[in-house]
Design a protein around this ligand. Structure first.
Ligand code: KG4
Ligand code: ZN
Length: 349
């Protein structure tokens, strides 16, 4: 099945063509540099930039895939979660193309896209994955930090989520505090690589309270602020080495929180997971993946990561792949009027 997929949920304008779970093209135009001077995503600017670029990006996705629009079987679009006025741009474009070329529409949950991203370009869903009753997924993005239990495609239950900031948001806010620009996760990772993660004592969020199954990142941000304040008062400014140490310590505390919650979940004898799927922008972080691999090895769980770095961040190919699996499950839901933006869409609704 050939799917033309569109995602405009945040600050990436993206379109892709997928054939079942294979990616034929995946065009991502990041607006990040446009938002950087504001220190975060400005919804009205995101919308304007999506409107400016969407036609070009869709055209490019089609031409790169070598598939003519007449050979497209369905159009998939992110319906939420995301920024309402940004989502609307992709939805309107998908509806317009659906009417013009008489193609069915598929509304996709952006988080399900991240969740299923490890299945892109793999042999048609490793059947063994879903022979197991339960698998588990970790989604770590700029807007979400969730552990989701899955008993099949479309059968999801959130078992842990953040009560305040998401992991990516925590890294971005920390990086901004350190003057590293926006978005900061990748820059922070680079700095952290050469730093001493034990140099600054930053608390692991909710240490000892893992049984609550919640993530919380707002306290870590405050701890960083205090630590910086003290360091700058004592030393005047941060040397490069100190900066690297701060980044490593901050990233370490943020990741420790994730690993401790996962460990708590894996320790529960009722949870016999075979696979851990990983999706979302922060998954691109090499150190985080290393720690996840190590933890999984301890528990004999197989981690499944997306095959390419481009699939971690926001992209339309994961929406096309999720749409394919969705239609396998429930066929086409061709009631276009029903497809509306849903900025707060949950994965287990
Ligand atoms: O999945 P994503 O592209 O967008 C959302 O759906 O939110 O995730 C974006 C987040 C940002 O917070 C960004 O800083 C973070 O992913 N990120 C990283 C890395 N690359 C992107 N965080 C840590 N290390 C990275 N290499
Ligand atoms: Zn995302």
């Amino acid at each position: 099945m050939n799917i033309l997929a569109i995602d405009t949920s945040c600050d990436e304008t993206s379109a892709a063509v997928t054939k079942n779970n294979k990616i034929l093209s995946n065009i991502v135009w990041s607006q990040a540099s446009q938002h950087a001077k504001f220190g975060g995503v400005v919804p009205s600017l995101a919308r304007r930039k999506h409107i400016e670029k969407i036609d070009f990006i869709v055209k490019k996705a089609l031409s790169k895939s070598g598939i003519n629009i007449n050979k497209i079987d369905a159009i998939a679009v992110t319906a939420g979660p995301g920024l309402a006025i940004a989502l609307e741009v992709g939805i309107n474009k998908a509806k317009e193309l659906s009417i013009k070329f008489k193609k069915p529409l598929i509304a996709v949950n952006h988080i399900e896209g991240h969740l299923l991203s490890p299945f892109a370009n793999t042999p048609p869903i490793k059947s063994s994955v879903f022979k197991r009753k339960y698998n588990i997924s970790l989604i770590v993005s700029g807007g979400h930090t969730e552990v989701v239990e899955m008993s099949g495609i479309g059968k999801y239950k959130i078992i842990a989520q953040t009560v305040d900031d998401a992991l990516g948001e925590c890294l971005d806010k920390g990086a901004r505090m350190l003057g590293l620009g926006y978005p900061g996760g990748a820059v922070l990772e680079k700095m952290a690589k050469n730093g001493d993660k034990n140099r600054f004592l930053l608390p692991t969020p909710l240490a000892g309270q893992e049984n609550r199954l919640i993530f919380s990142y707002s306290g870590l941000k405050t701890a960083l602020y205090r630590s910086l304040d003290k360091e700058i008062n004592d030393k005047g400014s941060l040397s490069k080495k100190r900066m690297q140490d701060v980044c490593a310590s901050y990233q370490n505390a943020a990741f420790r929180h994730i690993i401790r919650i996962l460990k708590h979940i894996f320790d529960n004898p009722d949870h016999k997971y075979t696979y851990l799927l990983i999706g979302g922008g922060v998954g691109a972080n090499v150190e985080l993946r290393k720690r996840i691999r190590k933890l999984c090895k301890q528990y004999k769980i197989t981690p499944l990561f997306p095959y390419s770095k481009k699939l971690y961040g926001d992209n339309a190919a994961m929406i096309g792949v999720a749409a394919y699996y969705k239609t396998q499950r429930e066929g086409f839901d061709n009631k276009m009027a029903k497809i509306d933006r849903n900025p707060n869409l949950k994965i287990d609704e």
